[in-house]
Design a protein around this ligand. Structure first.
Ligand code: F0G
Length: 453
């Protein structure tokens, strides 16, 4: 059931085929270089690209833009406490700002950070602080065909092995990313969350949850984890987050806002300010983000996020969200495309390696699929294979992320039709080669230019 109607419209159009061909060439076959007006269905990311509700727009109008003591920050604090159970909030301009603030207080040179899978910015922040980010995915997480209800889980075996090698004293932080963006948006069970919390406590590490997509994750738990069948998403989210010592949050995801984020810290024992994580994070926040009652956000941004956080755990949002992403997965699979299964929470991932067996990894099958979907349908998506992660041994996945509350089924059918057209002529499709790339290999997919081989 589609329990929304549109309250604001934005015209979009499909450029002609000639125009699309020209755009691809001008963009160096890199979707990040394409102007949004040349895109018909934009599935590049689910971050900051969603549609706000009437109540969020109304809340914008009461933004208190005071530098200190903003009422809007008070409302954000209350929402974080009510929805997520965390009383101590450090506002930040977006998720990566929160990562810099929090991990900057916890991670130093030579430290090892464990995570079910680091998202790109998380990995980069840990590395920037001199740390070593180690992924602990469960078996099958990277396999598009492996079954499993919670393929996003954290592998305790892998974590124990790493701690045995590195020494517990060198592992100050354990992170759980829910849902697991780097593993096809797969969910993490509450049972696994409890185990990870115990494990972190056992090695005296701070347990952080990256809660970007916490409501999607809670909806998966409601559907799949027997213990929670009769519970609400709001209850499950509180329960799952309650095990963490701290959170990092991008409000651009399930703050249902266009910008914003925060770090949050659980209740801490009284003590010296220097020993309290919240105090330290606040001080670092002042340096990098802004005074602790705005942190890089306008008052109105905080208002929109405060309302969005509450909407994220209430009907109709979580159920409609997962249903739409699942239906999109079915449309693409019915069109014959190789879909990562089960479908995740924020995106459908396609296996370009399977689609184009004739395109070698060094000719970038994923980026080739990105090019072909744009060529056929003006659809923009993102490669997460050998182009984005040079040298890594991972499947050639392409992510089609759905902005929240934004596209209708007709848009998704259009994407599936474009995919079917690509499939029809896949034998003739040739790959790409890099023409120019930036000096930092980890960031090359954002700006490198390519050409057809
Ligand atoms: N953590 C996770 C799991 C994320 O997916 C992201 C962003 C961040 C942190 C950083 O948040 O963008 O607000 O600074 N993911 C976006 C994406 C960019 O497209 O997956 P941010």
């Amino acid at each position: 059931m589609r329990n929304y109607r549109a309250a604001m419209v934005e015209p979009i159009s499909l450029p002609s085929r000639e125009r699309r061909e020209a755009v691809l060439e001008e963009a160096g076959y890199n979707a990040f270089n394409v102007a949004s007006e040349d895109v018909y269905v934009d599935l590049l990311t689910d971050s900051g690209t969603g549609t706000m509700s009437r109540d969020q727009w109304a809340a914008l109008m009461r933004g208190d833009e005071s530098y200190a003591g903003s009422r809007s920050f008070g409302r954000l604090e209350e929402a974080v406490a009510d929805v997520m159970g965390f009383p101590n909030v450090v506002p930040c301009h977006q998720g990566r700002g929160a990562e810099n603030v929090l991990y900057g207080c916890l991670v130093g040179e030579g430290d090892v950070v464990l995570n079910n899978a680091h998202f790109d910015t998380t990995r980069a922040h840990v590395a920037n602080l001199g740390g070593d980010p180690v992924d602990c995915p469960v078996e099958g997480a990277r396999d598009p065909n492996a079954p499993g209800d919670f393929k996003g889980n954290f592998s305790l075996d892998r974590a124990r092995e790493t701690v045995a090698e590195a020494g517990a004293e060198n592992v100050p932080v354990v992170v759980l990313t829910i849902t697991n963006n780097s593993a096809a948006g797969q969910p993490v069970s509450v049972a696994n969350t409890r185990e990870v919390a115990d494990f972190a406590r056992g090695i005296d590490a701070t347990f952080v949850i990256d809660a970007c997509r916490f409501a999607e994750n809670a909806e998966f738990v409601r559907r799949r984890e027997a213990e929670f069948t009769g519970d609400t998403v709001a209850e499950i989210a509180r329960e799952q987050l309650s095990y963490a010592d701290a959170l990092v949050m991008s409000g651009k995801k399930e703050g249902l806002a266009n910008v914003g984020g925060f770090a949050a810290v659980a209740e801490e024992p009284e003590g010296e300010a220097a020993d309290r994580l919240f105090e330290r994070a606040k001080q670092r926040g002042i340096l990098y983000e802004g005074f602790p009652t705005y942190g890089g956000m306008a008052g109105r941004d905080m208002e929109a996020m405060a309302v969005g956080l509450r909407e994220a755990v209430e009907p109709p949002y979580p159920e409609a969200r997962l249903d739409q992403v699942a239906a999109f997965g079915d449309l693409l699979a019915d069109a014959g495309l190789p879909v990562y299964r089960p479908v995740g929470g924020h995106a459908v991932y396609l296996d370009a390696g399977e689609l184009f067996p004739n395109v070698a990894p060094d000719e970038f099958p994923g980026q080739t699929l990105v090019r072909e979907l744009y060529r056929e349908g003006g659809v923009r998506c993102v490669e997460l294979g050998s182009f984005a992660f040079p040298g890594a041994d991972r499947p050639e996945l392409v992510r089609l992320a759905l902005p929240r509350r934004t596209y209708a089924r007709e848009h998704l059918e259009h994407v599936a039709d474009a995919g079917a057209a690509v499939l029809d002529r896949r034998e003739a499709v040739r790959g790409l080669e890099i023409v120019s790339e930036p000096p930092v290999p980890e960031l090359r997919h954002f700006s490198a230019e390519l050409r057809p081989v």
